[in-house]
Design a protein around this ligand. Structure first.
Ligand code: HXC
Length: 529
């Protein structure tokens, strides 16, 4: 039975009303058959998927979206040459906490979720609708990559997806969830997304698989060692969030969506006031030691500042010396960037700069105010760092902050030295409000280092160099590193009591919430990457 037979009789005549009624019956039967085919899938492939701890595309969408909210489109699409409907991807739209999103979910049980012409056209269709309606796009990836039998048409399909992703960047949030293989050029789709989630043991991403790696380099490596969730979560930085199972992963995607605006013209959802402007936090003074070299966990500081102590950390496993998190302060979503003294003393290196830069750019693109918590000894010295381009990466972060036109509040908790002081949202690069604790040390470098440079000859010739050094260190500290030095010169707007940090940030953000700032007109800048 074909669609044509439904409107014409077998000899080609236009069919009568009675015949049409019969046709409707035929149509219903036909659709029922197709639905069975589409929804039940290949039982052996579904069983295999389940045995691997993976769900089917539709089961995943059920977990991701509000119950009953999914509307599927292009369910009947298939290859020009025929073959199963859906063509291995389920696309459409639904809601998360009542807010519209567009989704595609690759179906590994059909052609291994591989992407051919029709499959790509379906994904492109929902991408276009997501942009047209200003809704986030979430892609659930589980695919063998370009469908080999479709040759260049598959590659062309990927190209169309990548171009749309780039055009949608900064317009709508894009989230990629990798729940199975994501090989070859397909990996560029998660790489172009704003956030990439991966699940341990089942998700893997690489440009060339273990066999090719072995053939080219002679090095035998497993799928997981090459491109598993932990590798991308902690080494390459490709994965933003890593989970143990699909359920918690999709739950977290819902949580992230609850923090994001639907597009660059809308505000992130506001959840009601929390009286943050009058909220004293005595624990803050206990968490941060006065001694500049003592470590502490900046996450504890963030928990004191955020409403309900809740925040969503991104890249938790990568470049731990800087923390990036979404949180709410007085019900308003903010992006928090903080040095983490617990890891490499909170020093900035290449990966930390890249991580923070991408986060700052995302927040700026989507109108999310920035709160920067500074406690930084500087950029990481070293041959490896210099050779791997720390200058370039530091410049990327600098450029991201310089361009950010969202409301910005900087809090210097303890120390801020050298170039790292400038980069971490200093007054000169455009922070709206700079607050500092009374113990802050803002300087070109720490007192020891400064004294070594300024008094090298004196120290070399001194009878008692240790005594002289400690005297000079004390003098330098008193003259240049006291809390008032920067404030007296207007580089810090206020020196605050640590217990008032949450309330001071909340008041500061309220003060600059209506900020509007336009950058100079141009086609686009050329930020260092
Ligand atoms: C067509 C594919 C396919 C593909 C898998 N299948 N990948 N069909 N094109 N790319 C089919 C298999 O033939 C099989 O069909 C079914 O999907 C399940 O695959 P299995 O191999 O049985 O599953 P598994 O053992 O879990 O291995 C999964 C896999 C493996 C690791 C993804 O299938 C694989 O290596 N596939 C090829 C990956 C690849 O090289 N892709 C092209 C990358 S290049 P049956 O009928 O047996 O069930 C690329 C370029 C994009 O993507 C460039 C964009 C710019």
């Amino acid at each position: 039975r074909s669609w044509r037979q439904l409107s014409r009789s077998s000899d080609g005549r236009v069919i009568s009303l009675i015949q049409q009624a019969k046709s409707m019956e035929l149509l219903r039967a036909h659709r029922a058959e197709q639905r069975a085919l589409i929804f039940d899938g290949n039982p052996a492939a579904v069983e295999r998927q389940h045995a691997l701890g993976k769900r089917t595309a539709r089961e995943r969408l059920d977990l991701l979206l509000d119950e009953g909210s999914f509307t599927e489109v292009q369910q009947l699409t298939r290859r020009r040459s025929g073959g199963p409907h859906t063509d291995g991807v389920v696309v459409g739209s639904g809601t998360i906490d009542g807010r519209r999103v567009y989704v595609y979910a690759q179906d590994f049980t059909l052609f291994g979720g591989s992407l051919g012409e029709a499959h790509a056209a379906k994904i492109q269709k929902v991408m276009d609708l997501a942009v047209a309606t200003g809704s986030p796009l979430i892609g659930l990836n589980d695919s063998g990559g370009a469908r080999i039998q479709e040759g260049v048409l598959a590659l062309h399909g990927y190209g169309g997806i990548f171009r749309r992703q780039v055009e949608a960047s900064g317009v709508i949030p894009q989230i990629s969830v990798v729940l199975g293989p994501c090989a070859g050029g397909a990996a560029y789709s998660p790489a172009l997304a704003d956030f990439t989630f991966m699940v341990r043991d089942t998700a893997r991403m690489y440009l060339t698989g273990p066999d090719v790696v072995e053939a080219v380099t002679g090095h035998r490596v497993s799928h997981d060692e090459l491109g598993g969730a932990d590798v991308h979560g902690s080494l390459s930085g490709v994965a933003t969030v890593v989970h143990d199972d699909e359920e918690s992963c999709l739950e977290d995607v819902r949580y992230l969506i609850s923090m994001l605006p639907r597009n660059y013209l809308e505000q992130a959802p506001h959840t009601g006031s929390s009286d943050a402007e009058n909220d004293e936090r005595p624990r803050l003074a206990e968490i941060v030691p006065v001694e500049p070299n003592q470590p502490y966990d900046m996450r504890e500081v963030i928990a004191e500042i955020a409403d309900d102590g809740e925040f969503f950390e991104i890249h938790e496993l990568w470049a731990g010396n800087v923390l990036c998190a979404f949180a709410r302060i007085d019900g308003h979503v903010v992006g928090i960037v903080g040095n983490q003294p617990l890891v490499f003393a909170g020093v900035l290196d290449g990966p930390a700069s890249q991580k923070a830069a991408r986060f700052v750019r995302f927040c700026d693109a989507f109108g999310i105010p920035l709160v920067t918590l500074v406690d930084v000894p500087g950029f990481l010295p070293g041959v490896e760092q210099e050779h791997s381009g720390i200058i370039r990466h530091g410049a990327t972060l600098l450029s991201a902050y310089c361009e950010a036109s969202v409301p910005r509040v900087q809090v210097i908790l303890r120390k801020a030295y050298g170039g790292a002081y400038i980069v971490m949202d200093s007054r000169a690069i455009g922070t709206d409000l700079s607050l500092a604790w009374p113990t802050n040390q803002i300087a070109v470098m720490g007192a020891e280092g400064a004294v070594n440079v300024l008094h090298r000859k004196e120290l070399a010739n001194a009878k008692d160099p240790a005594r002289l050094r400690s005297k000079l260190v004390a003098e330098y500290t008193e003259e240049f590193m006291h809390a008032g030095y920067a404030a007296e010169r207007g580089l810090v707007d206020d020196v605050i009591d640590p217990v008032d940090t949450r309330s001071a940030i909340a008041r500061g953000l309220a003060m600059v919430r209506d900020k509007r700032k336009a950058l100079p007109q141009r086609k686009h800048g050329n930020p260092p990457v």
